[in-house]
Design a protein around this ligand. Structure first.
Ligand code: GLV
Ligand code: MN
Ligand code: MN
Length: 419
């Protein structure tokens, strides 16, 4: 057994990251991909990796790799990692706990002097959140072969800047994009530590969640165009108003998602842009995102088809121009039973109670599952709150997750095979 995680290291890492905040005047932290603040956070993490005895590399999409050498440099590495980008007004744990936790786990392994055959690599995946470019898991998506360099030219932020131009500005296009891609066998196993973002562990009073499967997202970007007109002088029967049309679609989405009557079928409209966005003008255009999640591929496809049909019906009835694109349509994935088994064994030998559960939130591990055996460790979230400044997990709870992570990584790094 390794010595316990150092709570001060975890606290310092998380508090330092939280200071890289593009909107310090607002509650919470905002740090989107390749902003000045995110670039500073990336430098901080790279320094921390180096101080922990790791070799640091980046790839052409901006993923960061910090590797602790093993005795067999040719053996496939064991991975652990998460993300440091955030939603708008985020908390300070979503993603960051997994990055700081993995670095601390490596420090513990190194300090213990325990031998390990396989390299252990901490990965900071580029932009797990869809905040800036509308698509999440950008780094892991590219690793899994679902985002080509050409496609980065089609991903724009709200200011019309493409992901490609940002990669070019920061020098990432000088690196080999083909090397981003990972194939089966490249990674021996991957374990991501993350906050739960739901209240289950807290309600059960259990410190560790072991993730058995991850729900996957589908994103639909919708644009409705009508007629921009005067709000006072235009009678109700002479309008082609896009706002009530969007409201109708959003309520139908809620109704459809609820009709499945289970906890994993969920749908959200979280981003709406109205043009020109003035109180006395009938809006001529509205854009909104639809985020659908499920652990069942079939249910997600059915719900997606139904809401897309409904968008067409509403547009036809109200004489609007409707455009929509399904921009992300990920497959749900189950964790690898053998990696899960290692995590269960680790919890048992550390005498830490655990609960097996499904993740409603997605994670980079969803894409990693396409090329490596993966599993995840959850630690409790106070009141289940996440994607909000009130997100909270105590340092002691994170340290408990890091203890499980470190021991499991060491074990995996000395396994010949998972069989
Ligand atoms: C990740 O942050 C998600 O939206 O599930
Ligand atoms: Mn998140
Ligand atoms: Mn996350």
């Amino acid at each position: 057994m390794l010595p316990q995680a150092d709570k001060n290291n975890i606290r310092t890492g998380l508090q330092t990251l939280a200071q890289f905040d593009s909107a310090p005047e607002q509650a919470g932290t905002t740090r989107v991909l390749f902003s000045d603040e995110e670039n500073k956070a990336r430098s901080y993490i790279k320094d921390l990796m180096q101080q922990t005895g790791m070799t640091v590399q980046e790839d052409a999409i901006g993923n960061i790799f910090g590797t602790l050498a093993g005795n067999d440099p040719d053996a496939a590495p064991v991975w652990s990692g998460s993300h440091i980008d955030t939603v708008i007004n985020a908390g300070m744990y979503d993603g960051m706990a997994g990055v700081i936790g993995a670095i601390e786990a490596c420090r513990m392994i190194r300090a213990s002097g325990e031998a390990h055959q396989r390299p252990i690599t901490v990965v900071v995946f580029a932009s797990e959140e869809p905040t800036r470019f509308g698509t999440g898991c950008i780094g892991s998506r590219a690793m899994a072969g679902h985002l080509s360099l050409e496609q980065t030219k089609e991903l724009y932020d709200d200011n019309g800047i493409s992901l490609y131009s940002e990669l070019e500005r920061l020098g990432y296009t000088k690196l080999d994009y083909d090397a981003v891609r990972k194939h089966k066998g490249d990674v021996f196993a991957s374990v991501e530590l993350h906050i739960e973002q739901a209240p289950v562990l807290e309600q059960l009073g259990i410190p560790i969640g072991l993730v058995t499967g991850i729900c996957a997202p589908t994103y639909i970007h919708v644009t409705l165009k009508g007629e921009q007109k005067h709000a006072g002088s235009t009678p109700m029967n002479a309008r082609h108003d896009v706002v009530p049309a969007a409201a109708d679609i959003i309520l139908q989405l809620e109704h459809l998602a609820r009709s499945y009557g289970n906890t994993h079928t969920v749908a959200t409209v979280g981003k709406i842009q109205v043009f020109p966005n003035a109180s006395n003008v009938i809006a001529g255009e509205i854009r909104f995102t639809i985020d659908i999640r499920d652990i069942s591929k079939e249910t997600k496809q059915e719900l997606t088809k139904n809401i897309c049909n409904y968008i067409q019906v509403v547009a036809k009835l109200r004489h609007l121009d409707a455009k929509y694109s399904v921009d992300t349509d990920d497959l749900p994935h189950m964790s690898d039973p053998k990696v899960l088994h290692v995590l269960e064994d680790t919890c048992q030998s550390l005498q830490i109670p655990y609960h097996k559960m499904t993740s409603g939130a997605y994670h980079d591990s969803l894409l990693v599952a396409e090329f490596a055996p993966m599993a995840m460790i959850f630690v409790p979230s106070k009141d289940g709150i996440s994607h909000d400044p009130a997100e909270y997990t105590s340092i002691a709870e994170i340290a408990c997750g890091v203890d499980v992570l470190a021991n499991a990584l060491l074990h995996l790094a000395n396994m010949q095979s998972l069989n």
